[in-house]
Design a protein around this ligand. Structure first.
Ligand SMILES: Cc1cc2nc3c(=O)[nH]c(=O)nc-3n(C[C@H](O)[C@H](O)[C@H](O)COP(=O)(O)OP(=O)(O)OC[C@H]3O[C@@H](n4cnc5c(N)ncnc54)[C@H](O)[C@@H]3O)c2cc1C
Length: 317
């Protein structure tokens, strides 16, 4: 079922959903089930599965020679989606990125998803690969998420890449990413919002936000979106801080700020356990306020850790 239909069927109550990462290559799918099982009591209607493209590593080959090797540490997005739809009564939302795909590979990936009965896709550009400072599209691939959304919308109208032949239309519900604190590459928030509007005009039916820790930023973002004519649901994404390492890693990696009340509490923490407790309390506080405000769904980034999300959800849902 399409994600927007889940939202409209909920008739104004706030849904619970979460995102998981495929396990590191070599780990079994049981590690995925172990993360999902504790969260099923909160009746998610959909679960997102991230996509991770290749990274380049260099191996020493002796005599001063280095070999550049492409590795995908977390393959398996589509297989996990099929497995969790089969095992649990939930829809799976695979993330599909521009990076590493040309248009034909994208088309073929979408055909696979359609054949598996997957009705939803979160369409993203993807970050630059770790060893490059700017995003480089694949030859014949998409430079921005808006182009990927256009391609999926075209397929939803039966327009595939083969010229002049009408094909069976796909029926994907397309999601897109939004950034309450601005995407780090955008020149300013207004420019970023205009680009978001272009993704909506191209066919995105809902937005999932980057994580944020200050609800006022989400509320301002929603207001700004509404002002420029974005009317689709905007699902807030939340992350529970869990370790001392997260304190500096999350702002650095995701380009987000902690509000002063949160950073004051984090500064008092001496070990991971203390950080985890602050993360749970802050996540519950954010969630309760968002739920009270009537958001369509709260989407939790588990990042392979469902214990804190379970604690938060048990206080909120
Ligand atoms: C909910 C969520 C889930 C994610 N899941 C994944 C995942 O599974 N795998 C993964 O690799 N990454 C994931 N990401 C990260 C995401 O891929 C990065 O944030 C990426 O840098 C941007 O993706 P986007 O889809 O927002 O790109 P875009 O919408 O293309 O925007 C990228 C930048 O380009 C600018 N821009 C857009 N259009 C134009 C234009 N026409 N001209 C000039 N500038 C333009 C935008 O303002 C923005 O600064 C996720 C992010 C979010 C918020």
């Amino acid at each position: 079922m399409k994600l927007i239909d889940h939202i409209s069927n909920a008739k104004g109550t706030t849904l619970f959903s979460f995102e998981i990462l495929p396990p590191l290559k070599g780990k079994s799918i049981q590690s995925i089930y172990d993360g999902i099982d504790p969260l099923m009591e909160f009746k998610p209607k959909f679960v997102n599965v991230t996509y991770h493209r290749e990274e380049y590593i260099y191996k020493e080959r002796g005599q001063g020679l280095l070999e550049k090797i492409a590795v995908r540490k977390r393959p398996g997005t589509v297989g996990i989606c099929a497995a969790i739809m089969n095992k649990y009564d939930v829809d799976a939302v695979p993330h599909l990125i521009c990076g590493g795909f040309n248009r034909e590979e994208t088309e073929n990936a979408l055909i696979d998803l359609q054949f598996l009965g997957i009705d939803n896709v979160l369409a993203l550009r993807g970050d630059p690969i770790k060893t490059e400072s700017i995003f480089k599209p694949e030859h014949g691939g998409h430079k921005f998420a808006v182009e990927l959304i256009q391609q999926i919308s075209e397929m939803n109208c039966g327009n595939y890449m083969m010229d002049g032949i009408q094909m069976a239309p796909t029926n994907f519900c397309i999601g897109t990413a939004g950034y309450p604190e601005k995407h780090f590459e955008a020149m300013n928030l207004e420019f970023d919002l205009q680009n978001l509007k272009a993704k909506v005009d191209a066919g995105a039916e809902y937005i999932v936000t980057q994580m944020f820790f200050d609800n006022s930023k989400y509320f301002s973002f929603v207001d700004a979106c509404r002002k420029i004519g974005i009317t689709i649901p905007i699902i807030p994404g939340l992350k529970a801080i869990k370790t001392l390492n997260h304190i500096s890693f999350l702002p650095k990696f995701f380009h987000i700020d902690y509000p002063i009340e949160l950073s004051t509490e984090l500064l008092k923490c001496r070990d991971n356990k203390a950080v985890e407790q602050v993360g749970i309390e802050w996540g519950a506080h954010q969630s309760k306020e968002l739920k009270k405000a009537g958001v369509p769904c709260i989407h939790y980034y588990t990042m392979s850790n469902s214990a804190s999300v379970k604690e938060i959800a048990s206080k909120v849902f």
